[in-house]
Design a protein around this ligand. Structure first.
Ligand SMILES: *Cc1c(COP(=O)(O)O)cnc(C)c1O
Length: 383
């Protein structure tokens, strides 16, 4: 039985071309990019070329890119770093209710340190209202945090509109673009953000590497304390192979984006249409059109999400309830609660996320199997 993977939003396999580009940097070009000798200089050249390539794909300058260990570090670095740098100007932060935990937890940490926080609500579809943002910003606000697209329900925010408000009011604007970079066009000039987080393994690159875009002039205190790597902005021996892999992955995504977006949107729309048609009491969560091309998210009345995932797994289909961090813990997802879903429906949720190697046949097999599984689980729950 061929196993089918519908969990690209939690992590994606690396593209073989990415691994090929990385390989020399484990062996011949293994040097420490801070060393002044030839080994070091070659490593430095590789990482600076990678920085330039990644910067170009985002509409940024290369000196505005810092390589990190992933999306989590990038979010922590930007949020805690900006708060630390601007604390004397004000101690108020505005954040959406549907952020990833790697943005929410740093905000909660700052709240304990004495910052005040306004949580922005979202509507049924998961959208932040720009008017609400305008109203939330005070003369004490130093930072606004909104994620570009939800890792759970796939809703894509109108980040450009939110960015305009932040610029008008001269407050920092951090965007978690981990789910969008490589999947839909992301340009830091159009988004108007001060900082932006991305991660390698969500775009067919390696795990454990990411990047933080920091607009020139943005004050961000250092997050890791140590050496002066990354022009003094991020300590630790530079991850040359990781940076090369991340940049290569972003470049491949950009080249393939028009075709991948179109194909995945078509497969996604088959799921969004067919699942509610074939399964009574199935609810689509998220926005019908402002949605990641690779995200379909549902709730099924009278079904336990965990059991559904187990049954799918036994049928050779890997999916998720929404976020790997939420499943396992017996708490309804904060994102589903924020869009107003009842706890019952929240516990009966299913996220299907598609990617580079998803085929029409995978969708066929899911559509064939899912209705019977839901029916069986409902019958068992009714006994
Ligand atoms: C996966 C993810 C992260 C965390 O990235 P890591 O590289 O796994 O640390 C942050 N934000 C969003 C929206 C994500 O989907």
């Amino acid at each position: 039985m061929e196993r089918i993977y519908f969990d690209y939003a939690s992590t994606a396999p690396a593209d073989p071309e990415v691994v090929k580009a990385m390989e020399p940097h484990f062996f011949a070009n293994f040097g420490n990019a801070s060393s002044p000798h030839a080994f070091g200089r070659n490593a430095k050249k590789a990482i600076e070329d990678a920085r330039e390539l990644l910067a170009r794909s985002l509409g940024a300058r290369s000196e505005e890119i810092v390589f990190t260990s992933g999306g989590t570090e990038s979010n922590n670095h930007a949020i805690i770093g900006i708060a630390r740098a601007l604390a004397s100007k004000g101690r108020h932060i505005v954040v959406s209710r549907i952020e990833h935990h790697s943005a929410l937890r740093p905000v909660e940490f700052l709240q304990k340190e004495g910052f005040s926080v306004t949580y922005l609500p979202v509507d049924r579809m998961g959208l932040v209202d720009p008017l609400e943002l305008s109203r939330a910003i005070t003369d004490k606000t130093i930072l606004v945090i909104v994620l570009h697209a939800s890792n759970e329900i796939g809703t894509i925010q109108d980040v450009a509109a939110l960015g305009r408000i932040c610029r008008e009011k001269s407050v920092g604007f951090h965007v978690d673009a981990v789910q969008t970079v490589g999947h839909i066009p992301v340009n830091v000039q159009e988004l108007g953000c001060s900082t932006l987080a991305l991660s390698g393994h969500k775009l067919y690159g390696p795990k454990g590497v990411g990047a933080l875009y920091m607009r020139k002039g943005t004050l961000v205190a250092n997050f890791l304390l140590g050496g002066d790597q990354e022009r003094g902005l991020r300590a630790s021996t530079q991850n040359v192979s990781g940076a090369v892999g991340l940049a290569k992955a972003a470049q491949l995504c950009q080249a393939r984006m028009p075709q991948e977006m179109e194909f995945q949107t078509r497969l996604r729309d088959r799921l969004l249409q067919e699942i509610p048609r074939r399964i009574e009491g199935a609810v689509v969560n998220g926005h019908p059109t402002r949605r990641l091309p690779n995200n379909a998210h549902f709730s099924f009345e009278g079904v336990e999400g965990e059991s559904l995932l187990l049954s799918l797994d036994m049928a050779g289909i890997a999916a998720s309830m929404g976020s790997a961090c939420t499943s396992g813990a017996m708490k309804a997802s904060h994102v589903l609660t924020a869009i107003g879903l009842s706890e019952k429906l929240a516990f009966g949720s299913l996220r299907l996320s598609l990617g580079r190697w998803t085929t029409e046949e995978h969708i066929d097999r899911l559509l064939e199997q899912l209705p019977a599984i839901v029916k069986r689980l409902r019958a068992a729950a009714a006994v």
